[in-house]
Design a protein around this ligand. Structure first.
Ligand code: SAM
Length: 281
């Protein structure tokens, strides 16, 4: 395998391809990242160089190669209980309020829209099981999605290395909710079954969804341009329940981007409700 550098032309092609497929913006500063992420695919697709791999993507693309390039250029960084303020707001403000509002209907639907390898939805489930177990006996749906098939498979499997569990998962929750599996740990089957894991590319049309009470869209909008963020947020507004809430990552804000949402009174985490409750058709 030749570790040949990426030409400007190749970089421009890959950046346009990934933007078209996933809306991910790769500016010139990401040239090194693209090169590092594509290098393993050179061997996997039996090419001689990154240039040859990209020529193949241009001239005789297969679905497998296209998917592999998109997946290689997603950033899947995540860990258990990422951003303490988010979990505190969920536990102390958002869930108690929604539970009170839904006690009669006994329905609650949540959507984790960029789940990566699953640590985020499993952390939310552990928090619910610890503090609000009654919801799990309701008509409770937890849709969990990502663009990456590899990440969806990892989420379904719920298997984590010791290093991954060391990142954010308290020891008492580890032994309570995961089983040892050789050198790894796996989420217990009854927990894995609670997730409805599906592919959703946020940048393309979404399959119909039920009204969502809480949308977790954390640390993903940062990869998109402003117009894409606006389009996605407008669609989130349409799938959310009138009193539903949207969570973004700790460093993300909708300020100056979107007026569909207003920052909620819960404060410490980036949590948003609909600015205007939509009129029913
Ligand atoms: C940095 S991770 C965030 C994981 C988790 N939400 C968290 O906050 O820890 C970003 C995830 O967004 C996904 N992603 C990137 N572009 C996407 C798109 N167009 N549609 C859906 N998911 C996408 C990636 O595959 C990746 O798993």
């Amino acid at each position: 395998m030749t570790a040949d550098p990426l030409t400007l032309d190749d970089f421009t092609f890959v950046a346009a391809f990934v933007h078209d497929r996933a809306a991910i913006v790769l500016d010139a500063s990401k040239e090194y990242l693209v090169q590092a992420r594509l290098r393993p695919l050179v061997r996997q697709f039996e090419c001689d160089s990154i240039h040859a791999l990209i020529a193949c993507l241009r001239e005789r693309p297969t679905r497998e190669l296209e998917q592999a390039v998109v997946e290689a250029l997603t950033t899947n960084e995540t860990h258990f209980f990422r951003d303490t303020a988010f979990y505190e707001v969920l536990r102390d403000g958002v869930l108690p309020r929604l539970i009170a509002a839904r006690r009669a209907s006994r329905r609650l639907t949540m959507w984790c829209a960029a789940c990566s390898s699953g640590q985020e939805p499993y952390s939310v489930l552990m928090l619910i099981h610890e503090h609000f177990p009654e919801i799990l006996g309701w008509n409770f749906k937890f849709i969990v999605s990502d663009i990456s098939q590899e990440m969806l498979e990892r989420t379904r499997d719920g298997r984590y290395t010791q290093h991954e569990t060391n990142r954010g998962l308290p020891a008492q929750l580890l032994t309570k909710y995961l089983d040892r599996d050789g050198i790894k740990w796996q989420m217990k089957p009854n927990f894995r079954k609670l997730l409805d894991v599906r592919e959703v590319n946020l940048a393309k049309a979404w399959a119909p969804m039920p009204p969502i009470d809480i949308v977790f869209m954390r640390n993903v909008l940062i990869y998109f341009g402003v117009d894409t963020k606006r389009e996605i947020l407008a669609r989130v507004g349409k799938v959310m329940s009138p009193d539903g809430l949207l969570f973004l990552g700790g460093s993300e804000t909708l300020f100056g981007i979107d007026d569909t949402f207003r920052r909620s009174e819960f404060g410490k985490a980036s949590c948003y409700g609909l600015a205007k409750v939509p009129v029913s058709p």
